[in-house]
Every structure is written in C-alpha cells, then in structure tokens.
Design a protein around this ligand. Structure first.
Ligand code: HMG
Length: 419
C-alpha cells in the first residue's frame, strides 16, 4: 500500500440471512421455464426468502452481533454505526437506530443509514474509512452493515434475481482481514432509470437489460477514474490481482463484469502479442475461472442481497483463503440509479487464520426449503404486512427459530422480540 493509512479496513465480517429459501430449478419449472436458464444463464441455485417476521432490522442486527462476537469485539469499541439499505422500514427513522439499541451500542456512537441502491453500504464503508483516517475515531471502530430484501414480484423477469440477507463489517485502523487503499477509489455517477422503487411500491421496477448496460458502463467509468488516481500503479493490472469482486445481482453478472474489466485492462496494457479471437477469449475465460468464479458460490445460494452482494462474494474468498500472503484484490460496487466505485485492497497475510469465522455455510445448510406455493404465500403475506397501525405477526406460521424477530406494529410503532 502506498498511503499512510495502510491498515485501515475490514477487521471483522459476518453474514445473516433468512431461514427459508426456494430452489431455483423448482421455481423455473413452476414458471414454465427451462431450469438451465436460472441455473446456468443467471447462475443461481437457491434464493433466500424473507418472511414478514424477518426484516432489514432483524437481519442487520443479527449480522452485526455475529461480527462482534465471532471476532471478539466489545460493543463499547464501536464509535460509529452505519446501516446501508435500500429496503428500510421507515421513511424517516433510520434502520440503524433500531440496530443500535439491539446491539446495545454506546449513546455516543454516531449512527445513521445510507441509501444509494446497492451502493449504500460502500458509501457507508468509505465514510467510516475517512472518519478513521481523519483521526476522529479516537481509537474506536466503525460497524458498517449492509442489509436488504430484494423483491421484484411473482412472474416478473426479476423474480429469479430476488434474495435477502445482511453482511456486517467492522472497520478499524488495524484491520485483521482486508486493508482498503482509499487513495485509489475511483467514483462514477450518472442519472439513469435502470432500477428504482417508487414510494408506493413494495416491489422494485427495473429495465433489466438496460440495467446490465448501465452496470457495465459504470464499471468502465469507475475503473478509468481509479486508474487515473493511481497513476502507473501496477496493482491495477489484472494479471497482478489475485481476486476480483463485483456487485453480484446474479452470479452471471460477475462474469459479464469480469469480461468488461479484462477488456478495458487489456486495451490499456497492450502486450503486443498477436492473439487470435479464440486465444483472446480463452485468456478471458481462464482469468474469470481463476479470479472470480471460485468466490460466487454463496451468492448462488442466497440471491441478490443488494448492497451486501459484493461483500458476500468477498466473504466466500475469505472463507477459502489458505494463507497466500499479502494478496492484492479489486472491488467494484454498483448501485442502480446509478453510482459506482472501483478500488484496490489488500488481504492481510494472516487473514487465513480467520477463514472459519468468515464461513456462513453452516447457517445456510440449516435453512428450510419452501415449495413454490409456500414461497408465493410468503410474498403475498409480505404484501399484506406494514399497512396498518396495529398488526400482529405470528412467527410460528413460518416455523422460525431466530432469536430476533419483527412482530408487527402497535400504535404505528414497530415491535421486535429478542430472546
Ligand atoms: P430475462 O430477459 O428473463 O433473461 O431477464 P435473458 O433472456 O436475458 O436470459 C438470461 C441469461 O440466460 C442469458 O444469458 C440467456 O442466454 C440465458 P446471457 O446472454 O446474458 O449470457 N439463457 C439460458 N441459458 C441456459 N439455458 C437456457 C437459457 N435460456 C436463457 N435454456 C434479467 C434477465 C437479468 C434482465 C432479469 O432477471 C432482471 O431484470 N433482473 C433484475 C435487474 C438486474 O438484476 N440487473 C443487473 C444489473 S443492475 C444491478 O446489478 C443493480 C441491482 O442489484 C439493484 C440495485 O443497485 O439496487 C439490480
């Protein structure tokens, strides 16, 4: 790292997702679609389904609790809490304040919510890094949590790209997992109508194919900006990057992104080799197989968790990390609408000792499979939730074992139960 804040970054990480999922092959069959389209074309195997008792708050608080407990961090060490979400639970009151109470954080903790579609948590994370780098943290750490529920609705093209979950990250000046080089962050913003959710809708609207174009254009724009910031820094050359992480709305999107990343890198770093189209294609595929696809298996089992998707892919890498030394990685965060950042980071040489703590597979293996009928009824129940000042939800209806649940509203106020 060539800045003075070389070890500011991710000190702890944890995932929490809903208890239920639906199988993508079964969903495809129910929609009269070839399962290969969902499994191979989109690259999704299962999709997490949040019941009405699991919301952005319950998932964020449980991910936050796991990150603190697993990595031995006391709540009193947290001086800033940011929850990135585009599926908040109130037009005014931040999700983060509920999470603050549930995690028993200090009253002197700076607490807020960030929203910019899937970019929200990245915006939060860079604010936390700047807060520490500016010397305002006074030895404290920041807790940044990405928490979202992606819903497009039954029978829509976006339906197979739904999902839900939260990723919590502790940001400190002595990061045990990943140091982020904030000097290299390249940003990109453009007003586009690729994906949005009007105030009156529980479901997202999207111009799906256009959103893919916007994502790839933003990748080019953010990468060019980062590259300019970095000058002739050789860490930006794709061949010098051990793992490339992208925002993952569905895993095949990460493949499209890597192909674009490779093309722009190649055009910048012309090697003078005279490759046939077939040879060039083979190089890109093997770069993807080496740097991207090995870390997409959790995303394929969970679906789009919006602002946490990028970090879920990074968790997949961290859980498989086998002490490879000081690895150079790249991250691309995209939020529709749109905003994006590309940046370089470095995995701590000893991060492999925390690999087991970064692995959510035990939790994922305990999930309950819903039939397509059950999944549809959960979605309809969700449509009928949060509409009135007094509503009571019964978790027994969905066989939930969680120790934190949303129970509905009383006198317009949300009620949570924590065991
Ligand atoms: P679609 O039009 O139903 O699918 O919707 P398609 O026809 O484009 O097919 C998808 C892929 O499956 C294609 O592969 C097909 O060839 C293949 P590609 O050509 O792209 O490589 N396929 C098959 N493969 C094997 N066997 C078969 C078969 N049939 C077809 N039998 C779409 C796809 C993604 C547009 C839709 O699901 C959608 O609208 N999703 C929501 C929007 C989205 O995820 N956009 C991604 C970029 S924007 C973003 O990431 C931001 C976001 O996360 C929101 C935020 O920022 O908050 C969404």
């Amino acid at each position: 790292m060539n800045n003075n804040n070389s070890s500011i970054g991710i000190d702890a990480i944890a995932f929490h997702g809903p208890r239920c999922y639906v199988d993508m092959a079964e969903l495809a069959t129910a929609r009269g679609i070839d399962p290969a389209k969902y499994q191979k074309g989109l690259g999704q195997l299962k999709m997490a389904v949040a019941t009405p008792c699991e919301d952005t708050v319950t998932m964020a608080a449980q991910a936050g609790r796991k990150a603190l407990e697993k990595f031995g961090i006391d709540a009193s060490e947290i001086g800033m809490l940011i929850v990135g979400t585009e599926t908040g639970i109130d037009h005014s009151k931040p999700t983060a304040v509920y999470v603050h109470e549930l995690l028993d954080l200090s009253q002197n903790c700076r607490t807020f919510e960030t929203k910019h579609a899937c970019y929200g948590a990245t915006a939060g994370m860079t604010s936390a890094i700047d807060w520490i780098a500016a010397g305002r943290a006074r030895g404290k750490k920041a807790l940044v949590i990405a928490s979202d529920i992606a819903r497009y609705g039954i029978g829509t093209p976006g339906e197979p790209t739904q999902g839900a979950g939260a990723v919590a990250m502790v940001i400190s000046n002595n990061a045990r997992l990943v140091a982020i080089d904030s000097q290299t962050i390249g940003d990109y913003t453009r007003q586009v109508m690729d994906f949005w959710r009007p105030l009156y809708s529980k479901y997202a609207f999207t111009d799906g194919h256009y959103s893919i174009e916007c994502y790839l254009d933003a990748l080019t724009g953010a990468w060019e900006a980062a590259r300019e910031n970095a000058g002739d820094d050789t860490r930006f050359t794709i061949d010098n990057i051990e793992a490339c992480f992208y925002h993952v709305p569905f895993t095949a999107m990460a493949r499209k992104a890597h192909f674009r990343h490779y093309e722009i890198d190649f055009s910048m770093n012309e090697t003078g080799e005279n490759l046939s189209d077939e040879q060039a294609q083979q190089r890109i595929i093997s770069s993807y197989q080496k740097r991207v696809s090995p870390w997409l298996s959790i995303n394929a089992e969970v679906g789009n968790i919006y602002t946490g998707s990028l970090f879920l892919a990074m968790m997949d890498y961290l859980r498989q990390n086998k002490n490879k030394g000081d690895a150079n990685i790249s991250l691309f965060s995209y939020g529709s609408g749109c905003g994006a950042s590309y940046f370089i980071a470095s995995v701590h040489p000893d991060a492999a000792q925390f690999a087991r703590l970064c692995d959510p597979s035990e939790e994922l293996n305990k999930r309950r499979k819903l039939s397509v009928d059950e999944y549809e009824s959960v979605l309809k129940d969700t449509e009928n939730t949060d509409l009135h000042e007094n509503e009571s939800l019964d978790p027994a209806r969905w066989d939930l074992l969680e120790n934190l649940l949303y129970l509905g509203t009383r006198d317009h106020q949300r009620m949570y139960v924590s065991n």
